[in-house]
Structures are given as C-alpha cells and as structure tokens.
Write a protein that binds this ligand. Sequence first.
Ligand SMILES: Nc1ncnc2c1ncn2[C@@H]1O[C@H](COP(=O)(O)OP(=O)(O)OP(=O)(O)O)[C@@H](O)[C@H]1O
Length: 758
Amino acid sequence: MASSAHSRGSLRTERQVPPARGNGPARPRSSSAKRSVRVFSDDDKDSGRVRVAVRVRPKTTEEHDLDFTDCVELQPELRRLKLKKNNWSSESYKFDEVFTESASQRRVYEAVAKPVVESVLDGYNGTVMAYGQTGTGKTYTVGRLGKDDPSERGIMVRALEDIFANLSPGSDIMAISYLQLYLETIQDLLVPEKTNIPVVEDPKTGEVSLPGSTIVQIKDLDQFLELLQVGESNRHAANTKLNTESSRSHAVLVVHINRSLEGKKENDASSLANVTNSELSAHHLPHLLKSKLLIVDLAGSERIDKSGIEGHMIEETKFINLSLTSLGKCINALAENSPYIPTRESKLTRLLRDSFGGTARTSLIVTVGPSARYYSETASTIMFGQRAMKVVNAVKLKEEVDYESLCRKLEYHVDYLTSETDRQQKLRENEKEQLEKKLKEKEALLVETEKKFSVKYEHLEKERNHLELETKSLLKELNIQKSERDKLSQEVGHLELSLKQAKKVLAETTQMYEKKIAQLIKQLEDESSRCADLEEQLSGMRHYLSCNKKSVQVQEKEVDELKREILKLNEDAASKIQSLRARNNELSLEKELLNGELKTLKDKLLYEERKRRCLEDEIIMLKNVLNDDNAEYESKRSYKGDTTTRSTLSLGDPANIPKSNRSRETISGQKDTISKIFEEVGLSNILALLKSEDLDVQLHAVKVVANLAAEDVNQERIVEEGGLDTLLLLLESSEDASVHRVTSGAIANLAMNRFPTL
Ligand SMILES: Nc1ncnc2c1ncn2[C@@H]1O[C@H](COP(=O)(O)OP(=O)(O)OP(=O)(O)O)[C@@H](O)[C@H]1O
C-alpha cells in the first residue's frame, strides 16, 4: 500500500508487466490449460488491478430456523450481486466473480487464487485476502485444512499444492512464515514465543519484511499441513454469538519462493565448465526469481452489540475494527487517487503495503452472509469490495541475481579455466617448438631464396635491359608508323585536293581516284589499328617495364647498400694506402740517405783508387830508379857482407859508404826519393805492399822497407807499425831469393835497433 501520492503515482505510471511466462522456468500449466472454471478477466489493460470476488455463505441452521429473508441475490452469469435493502429497493454491484453458496472450494481457489499463485511462480509478488463480516466464511475459504476431505481444502493448502507441483526440487526453494496480528502486535504462529515482530519497510524498494519471524523451508505438503495446524492452534479464537470459532486476529501466511531461472542446467558441472567470460556478463548472470505470496485471513468485522461479546473481547474487537477501518481508509484513498494514503495508521496496512497500491498481484475475496439481518454489514463489505476493485497495482517482476549460484558457477569456471590454461600452456610450448623448427627451415629456405633471388635479379636485369632495348625499338617503330601515317594523311589530303581538282577537270577519273582514296583510307585505318595495337603492346610493355622497374628499384636499393659497403671498404683501403705511402716516403728518405752514404763511399773509393794509382805510379818510378842503381847497390851489399853485419846494416851511415862522388850522389838521391815516398805514401801503405801477390811490387816494397830500416829514425816506427812481424812472415812465406835477401837485411837492421846487444 503506497504511502504517498508520489510513490503511488510512480508505481501506476510504470509499465504493467504481464506474467513472464516466456522468461520464467518451464513448468506445467496443466491446471490453467484444463480450467473448468471461469477465472478473473486477464486483459492486459488492467492486469494490475485488484481483483475482487464475492462469496456468499450458506445459511446457518439458525438463519434457516428463524426464516430470515435474504438480502443478497446473485447473478453469477453477469458477475453481479444484487443487494436488497427491502422488497422494493436494491442495488446491483459488479464483481470480478461471484460465488453462490454452492460454489466449491476448488472453483473458488482456481478463480480467485490460482492466477495469483501462477503469477507468484512467475516471480511476482501476490496477495490473496479474505475480507468480510465475522462468521461469513473467510477462514473456511482461506484456511480450511480439509484433512479428512480434500475437497474442503481452502486457498492456503491448494496454493501450496500448486506451488509444490510447479517447483523444481533441486533448484527452487519454498519457505513459509505464519503470523498473526493481534491487538496491533505481530506474533509468530509457528513459534508463538516470538511476539512483537516489527514490520520493516525497505525505503528503496518498499519491500516489507518481518525480521525475527520464523521462516521454515517446506519440503512436502504434509509438513506444511502440520505447520498450518500448529499455526491454527496458536491463533486467537473465541466463541461469539456469530461464530463459535471466531478468529480474533488477522492471520498472514507468507510464502517465500526463490526460483532459479537456470534450473537444472545450473547443476550441470560440464555446462558450467564451458561457460565463457562473455557468458558471465550481466546478461548471462544466473538470475533468481524471488517472489512472495501473502494469504491473509482477516479477522471479521463485527458490531459489538450484535456479536454479544464482552470484557477482553470488546478490546480485541476494537483493535480488529480499528485495523480494518485503516485498511478501508487506505483502499478508499487508493480508489479515489487521494494524494495521501494512511498506510501507517495500523500494522495491518503496513503489512499489506505491497498488496494494495504496491507491486503485488492481488485478489480479494469478500465474504457475506445471505441474511437480511446483517444487511448493513453486508453492504459495508460489498462497498469495501467495490472500492478495492478500483485499486490498481503496478505489478513488477521480482528478479535478482542469484549470487550463490553465480559463485558456484564461477568456481566451476575457475577450475575449468585453470585446467584450460595448463592445456593451453602445453599447447603453446609444443607450438613454440614447432615454430622454432619451422623458423630454422624458413631460414634455410630464405638463404636458398636469397641465392635464387640474386640469380633472378641478374636475369631480371638482363631482361630489363632487353626490354628497354625493345621499348626503344618499338618507340622508334611507332614514330616511324606515326610519320608514315602523317605522310599518308598528307597524301590523302593531297589526293583529296587533287580529286577535287580532278572532279572539275576529269569527271571520268573521279571514280578511279575515289577507289584509290578508299584504298588509302583503308590502308590508313589498317595502319591506325596497327598503331593502336602497337600502342597497346607498348603500354603492356610499359606496364611490364614498370613492374620490372619496381623490382629493379628494390634490387637497386640492395645494390646501393652493397655500393655503400664497397665505398666503406674503399675508404678503408684508401686510408691503408695513405699509411703505406707515408711509409714509402719514409723508406724513400732512408734510401736517399743510404744513396748519399753510398755516394760518399764511392767518392772515397774513387779517391782511394786514385791514391792507389798514384802509389803504383810511384812504385813503377821507384822500380826504375832501383833497376838503374841495382848493380851499385849489389856491390855495396856484397861489400857489407864481408865486414861485420853491423857495418853492413849501417847502410845509411855515410862513413861506411865508398867515397865516390857518383855513388854518394846516387845514394843521397835514393834517400831523398825514399824519404819523399815515405812521406807521401806513408809507412802503413808500404808495409801493406809487402803482402802484395805481385812479386815485383813485393820486392820493391821490401827494398824500400830495407832502406828505411837502415836509418835509425825509421826503425822505431817500422817496428811499432808491425813492420818487423810482416817482414818475418814474408821471409817465411816467400820463395824468392831476392826477396829473402833484402828481407833478411831489413830484419837484421831492425833487430839491431831493437836488440843492440846482438
Ligand atoms: N461456503 C461455506 N460452505 C459451508 N460452510 C461454510 C461456508 N462458509 C462458512 N461456512 C461455515 O461457517 C462458519 C463460520 O465460518 P468461518 O469461521 O470461516 O467464518 P469467519 O469469516 O472466518 O469468521 P471469523 O471472522 O469470526 O473468524 C464455519 O462453521 C464454516 O464451516
């Protein structure tokens, strides 16, 4: 029951949702298909409207006995109830259904409650409520257990039977709470110790809940019947004038239904394992239909004076009437579209907030007695029903995500993904191996292809050159053809001109010229077509050439890269050559230096050569001088031999020399010459000549040395310069007698000098 005009308005403007038969779980609808009773109108237009049926209780024995007239007349076929104030005044009221005294419990259930039950099974909230004067059959209609006679079963039992028949045992859940509102206090009928249960409204959804109330999950109908019986036994009842078992409280059976939209599929592990990520998106989340069915057996309204109650029961009745009055006010306000709905005036209206002006599909059965004795109560009940018919609820599907199922599903999915990941990992590793193998093969293939490519490149290069040549020749030919064509055109022009002239002059030759012109035109056309063919060929060739050029460009790029590499190599080689050149220059300089040294040595050698030649000349000259004076020298020598060796050896001593002028002059001249030679040639050179292989040179040299050795001044130097040793060697090695003689003379002189005691 909406508490404000705003909330009610917003609910009313919402789309009226018909039962989601397509979306709901598949369940048998045999009962609706085989309906033998008329049910409430199902038109979409007012599907959210509170449906109201009226049921007339059969007359009690007392009523029969007292022979009260009926104030109620039913027209079931018209769904009308005629309320007779008296014999001449009556009012007719239309209801969604009217049930006569003889209406069976089954028919009442199917017409009033079954559509609501089906709606609840489809996920909508629903309310079935009985309203009426005390003793008119509300409990009979709603709460009859019918243990002995199932046909007597009331709406509660039948609704539960229907629900059981339609639920999937594995996935769907049904639970009940059974409560009573007594003296404005809510008490748990299943656990009566629980009293003062609060009514809590969700500020967002408007959902009403009763925290602390016992909720028992129902497994089977027997269990439910037992619980219902327990509840009934805990319900406040009293014996009144109007009802021996008058209910002194409003009883509310709350049936909670949770239905999984996925049903059996959800439990199938393999199907869960195959769930993909996209299937876990919002659209594929497992949804739960959560609905609630309220079956309300109201306490009966009664007039204290008529019911004959007293004491505590008066207090009870006041509370009952108070809550029913509040309900009536709310219904009135809703029926009149009042901006204010006094929902909060009683706990009953708060409990029924969703049933009137809320989102539930609501059916109300109003019960009346037939007797005119209770005309005003019946009229009041009828008016309550009439106003309730004007209340329109915004029926809404109660669907929410089934997180429990989702969690289960996700766990399966994670397991599946883990195994799948392992499998994929193995596959990837295998793939990697295969790819590596393939890569190696491809690399080998690439090398081979590169080789082929280089060959092909060369071939293409050749082909390109060839094509270029061909293109040139074709262009040339084309130009020739063009020029020919131009010529022909010119010729045709000339001919046409001639023809015109000839036409004037020679009419008879016209035909001939025309023929010729025709031929020429044909030729021209042929040529043109040929030209066109050639142009086509040329374009083809150009296209082919351009294709080749592209590949050649690619290849040229590669060639450029190679060139760059070659250039780099050239640069390296150039730097190396430069360094070699520098080295060469260094070597050239060294060579020049060596050449200079060589030249110096050559000059020196030349100088030595010249010096040698001078010496040779001198020696020759000395030879001649010696030859001239040989005889004299020999005689001098023999003379010396006869005297002492000492006097012989004193060749240079002028006292020992014979006193002839000529000899003195000659010896003096020789001495001068020898001194001169000695100064000019040098002792070392003369001693070197002693080793000469030329016997004459050797002899002359030894003579010179002997002469020098004869003079005391020279003897020291000769010995120092190794002359004595050389002479000894000469004496030993030479076989020439003259040499021997002169040498031994020189040695004797020197020895005398070195060893005077001898
Ligand atoms: N349609 C019916 N057919 C046969 N008996 C009925 C019918 N309706 C009611 N009765 C009988 O009338 C009596 C009173 O009915 P019931 O207790 O259901 O009335 P009530 O409206 O629940 O009264 P209260 O408000 O005082 O609880 C019962 O004995 C019941 O068996």
